[in-house]
Design a protein around this ligand. Structure first.
Ligand code: SF4
Length: 336
């Protein structure tokens, strides 16, 4: 292979570092070529899965993965870019890779950076997969539905997979995992976003000690063009239902934000917080007081189409308007 080809291949395996709200600056690792997956989700931004598979198998030589990450880390270092996490986030399902455990170990010998894996959870019942994931510092598990029929409609799994086996596997894994465990649920309008669905999900999720339960929505062109994100009311409702079951819930809705950083600039703080969750009226009032300003800030954000006012169970909320104009185009703000 020519040097140029080799370089190109290594670049396809490791990318970034890219800013990630969950992981700071994350160097991505593509340990699966597009698109090997156990699912063919209706919202997948990579399109349909041509041939679903569930057998663990080799994809790349683990040494190539180590080499690709090393090269990316070197060039990030030279350009003064920091890296917080090395993240397995491929164009497919990372746990299909039979070498995942070995790859994590090789990266450990290379650096003390933390290692994250974002998985669709479908193979978590497999002992080998549990063993690999146990080696990571941060694991994100996809749980879109705990209802068999809905799961089949939304994730369109390989015919050999069963939801109950996966859910039991998640509980078993969570019992022993010592790293940072989070979940991610993609809400799709008309599929898994009704109140009953969210209540059963929230109830089931009490069985696992996730540090954060992320709610996401389709924000990129989906595999099936009829897929739509839920509206703002539904997102607020989902947030409230899950929070009421003692989950720490955060949105992943395409805006960067940090609910915990107070800068004193009311607009910036409001946008930052509502990128993560809706705000109750009392919380907005408190923030405006702290920033020594008034409700005209909110009025302007609503007028500009960035924020909406909603009521749920008698309480008033302020939330991000989905598909709002880009914040920094309007306010001259950058939200990273
Ligand atoms: S699990 Fe991920 S990669 Fe696989 S089909 Fe679903 S969204 Fe796409």
């Amino acid at each position: 292979m020519s040097n140029d080809n080799k370089k190109m291949k290594l670049q396809m395996i490791a990318f970034g570092p890219v800013p990630s709200r969950r992981l700071g600056r994350s160097l991505g690792i593509n340990n699966i070529p597009p698109k090997a997956c156990t699912y063919s989700c209706v919202y997948c931004q990579l399109g349909l899965t041509p041939k679903m598979e569930t057998r663990l198998r080799p994809f790349y030589d683990p040494e190539k993965i180590r080499e690709a990450v090393f090269e990316k880390m070197e060039s990030a270092h030279q350009s003064g870019e920091s890296i917080d996490y090395l993240t397995f986030v491929p164009d497919g399902e990372p746990t299909l890779d039979i070498h995942l455990g070995e790859e994590i170990e090789r990266l450990r010998s290379l650096t003390d950076k933390k290692i994250a894996v974002i998985t669709n959870s479908s193979l978590i019942w497999h002992d080998q997969v549990k063993e690999y994931l146990n080696k990571a510092d941060w694991v994100s598990l996809k749980i879109d539905s705990v209802n068999e029929a809905i799961w089949r409609k939304i994730n369109r799994p390989h015919r050999s997979l069963e939801l109950q086996t996966i859910l039991d596997g998640i509980v078993e894994f969570a019992k022993h995992y010592r790293g940072n465990l989070v979940t991610e649920t993609m809400l799709v309008r008309g599929l898994n976003d009704n109140e009953n669905q969210i209540r059963s999900l929230a109830k089931w999720m009490q069985r696992i000690p996730a540090n954060v339960s992320y709610l996401s929505i389709p924000i990129r062109p989906p595999a099936e063009k009829q897929v739509q994100p839920p509206d703002e009311d539904t997102l607020i409702r989902a947030y409230e239902i899950m929070s009421a079951q003692n989950h720490t819930v955060e949105y992943l809705i395409g805006y960067e934000g940090n609910a915990f950083a107070f800068t004193g600039y009311a607009e910036k703080d409001l946008l930052s917080i509502t990128a993560v969750h809706p705000m109750r009226e009392e919380a907005v009032s408190e923030l405006l007081n702290r920033a020594e300003t008034n409700w005209s800030v909110i009025d302007q954000l609503i007028e500009k189409g960035i924020m909406v006012k909603k009521t749920f169970q008698g309480k008033t909320f302020y939330a991000r308007k989905l598909y709002a104009p880009r914040d920094h185009d309007i306010l001259g703000l950058r939200m990273e």
